[in-house]
Design a protein around this ligand. Structure first.
Ligand code: TMP
Length: 211
């Protein structure tokens, strides 16, 4: 049984998700909540091993379906070992990326039909969903430039073409518009302090907490 709340951050490369996840976690702790901050792919021992296989190497290392399977294997392990036990104890979980990333990257980005990803999602995740999802939005080119400045050498995903990153941005926006109660779109071209204010406002309003 879920006691804590599950909050996810989504968006393309360089959108500032990890900075904002840290800031929100701090705000929730200040409000007296117990918070676990985690990430995907990763967040458990097995999922961190799978992350290494997913984020390094040549862009053509895995085809789209193989990538989707690896992300869902990592997600299942993360849920079973980390997320579900924490929520059951009443801990709030703030996660940098979750299943919307697979729909956006492998679905919209690599072109796997969403209908083909849904059975995989059901098998690994069931009906479990985030309580709130913050979609940090900015133009793909700007995000890639920011990400390039941050980690010299880049990751496998950053080396994919601009069209891939533009498609996944549109994918996130479509997902968010289809589920406006769960998802808030936040303009990530704003200064980080303004993004943080928009994030806390969206969470406070949706989960009825004062932050
Ligand atoms: P990160 O850079 O946000 O830590 O995420 C690692 C990369 O993995 C990022 O480029 C997005 C990608 N990714 C997917 O392609 N599908 C997924 O389901 C997840 C969780 C991440």
């Amino acid at each position: 049984m879920r006691q804590g709340k599950f909050i996810t951050f989504e968006g393309g490369e360089g959108a500032g998700k990890s900075t904002q996840a840290t800031r929100l976690s701090e705000a929730l702790r200040t409000a007296g909540l117990t918070v676990l901050q985690t990430r995907e792919p990763g967040g458990s021992e097995g999922a961190e091993l799978l992350r290494e296989l997913l984020v390094h190497g040549d862009s053509a290392r895995w085809d789209g379906p193989t990538e989707a399977l690896l992300h869902y294997a990592a997600r299942r392990d993360h849920l079973v070992k980390t997320i579900w036990p924490a929520l059951a104890e009443g801990t709030w979980v703030v996660c940098d990326r979750f299943a919307d990333s697979t729909m956006a990257y492998q679905g919209y980005g690599h072109g796997i039909p969403i209908d083909e990803l849904l059975p995989l999602h059901g098998f690994a995740v069931g009906n479990f969903k985030p309580d709130v999802t913050l979609v940090l939005d900015l133009p793909a080119e700007e995000g890639l430039a920011r990400a390039g400045r941050r980690n010299l050498g880049g990751t496998r995903y950053e080396s994919m073409d601009l069209g891939f990153h533009e498609r996944l941005r549109e994918g996130f926006l479509k997902i968010a518009s289809a589920e406006p109660r769960r998802c808030a779109i936040v303009d990530s071209t704003q200064p980080a302090d303004d993004v943080a204010r928009a994030v806390t406002a969206a969470v406070a309003e949706r989960l009825n907490v004062s932050l």
